[in-house]
Ligand binder design. Structure first.
Ligand code: G3P
Ligand code: CA
Length: 284
């Protein structure tokens, strides 16, 4: 009996030592599982740590990894077609060269947007905006970033038209958010799409954003989405105080995600959806 009790005691110690937490970040953050479940999980340019950014493969991966939203960067071709690509040239993420705005849709669609990431993704194309809307509406939220709208004078209207044509502008049941670093474009977009939530993106230069500036943003924006490096507990409180939500960008490690959890943000824009606990969608 004594021997049995000794073995039982040793087994108990070993089981406690090797117990795996239910969530990767469970022991590293101070917030509860319930609070983590409310955290909006945004796959930045799709699940871009796992597939070439801003391709259908990356967006499908984001859905597969149970993100709440995929984030997409919208630009416009020479023949005024909306396409999904981050840089204002195709040089970094395709086998071509040149400015997005100087190339036609046909030229853009002939490019390989996957091989630079891995041969496994050879043949991936630069998607069109409409292709992404049609493929993912109702399956995952879409956080639409208008990238450099100052280069493309009709882009705001064209994005609004594409949403209206699909009856996606009346309510936010389909979970659409539009955001941009160009805040004037957001004011215009909000006028065209008053029922769609909008976001103001804020880079490092906005570290000293004032309450007056936040109040002005809140007249047309629902989100203040800053670079993660300017986020403090005070900033989170001040954004909430004017009635906006805050989803910082771009988390690329579990430590960064945990810090943002602890700061009390509403969502995390990340290349790694697996760093944010998979959870039911938070309503807008
Ligand atoms: O969603 C915000 C984030 O995407 C902004 O930065 O340069 O990755 O478009 P960037
Ligand atoms: Ca972006």
């Amino acid at each position: 009996m004594k021997r049995f009790l000794t073995i039982f005691f040793i087994m108990s110690i070993l089981m406690t030592s090797f117990a795996v937490p239910a969530f990767a970040n469970e022991e590293e953050t101070t917030i509860s599982k319930q609070e983590q479940q409310k955290m909006v999980n945004v796959a930045h340019r799709g699940a871009s740590a796992h597939a070439p950014e801003n391709t259908m493969a990356a967006f499908h991966k984001g859905v597969e990894m149970k993100s709440d939203y995929i984030e997409i960067d919208v630009q416009m071709t020479a023949d005024e077609e909306l396409v999904i690509i981050h840089d204002t040239t195709v040089n970094r993420t395709t086998n071509g060269t040149g400015a997005v705005g100087d190339l036609t849709l046909e030229e853009i669609r002939a490019l390989d947007a996957g091989s630079w990431f891995s041969e496994e993704f050879a043949g991936e194309k630069i998607p069109t905006f409409e292709e992404v809307l049609d493929a993912f509406r109702g399956k995952v939220g879409i956080l639409i970033e208008l990238k450099s709208p100052e280069l493309y004078p009709s882009m705001v209207e064209k994005v609004a038209d594409a949403l209206k044509e699909r009856n996606m502008a009346h309510t936010n049941n389909e979970k659409i958010i539009i955001q941009s670093f160009n805040h004037e474009s957001m004011e215009l977009s909000k006028e065209l799409l008053p029922e769609i939530p909008h976001g103001v993106l804020a880079g490092l230069t906005w570290a000293g954003v004032t309450d007056e500036q936040l109040e002005a943003f809140a007249t047309y924006a629902d989100y203040f989405n800053p670079n993660q490096n300017i986020v403090t507990p005070e900033l989170v409180d001040r954004v909430h105080a004017v009635g906006m939500e805050i989803m910082p960008y771009t988390s690329r490690s579990q430590e960064q995600a945990n810090r943002l959890f602890d700061l009390g943000v509403d969502g995390i824009i990340t290349d790694y959806p697996e760093h944010v606990y998979h959870h039911p969608v938070k309503n807008n």
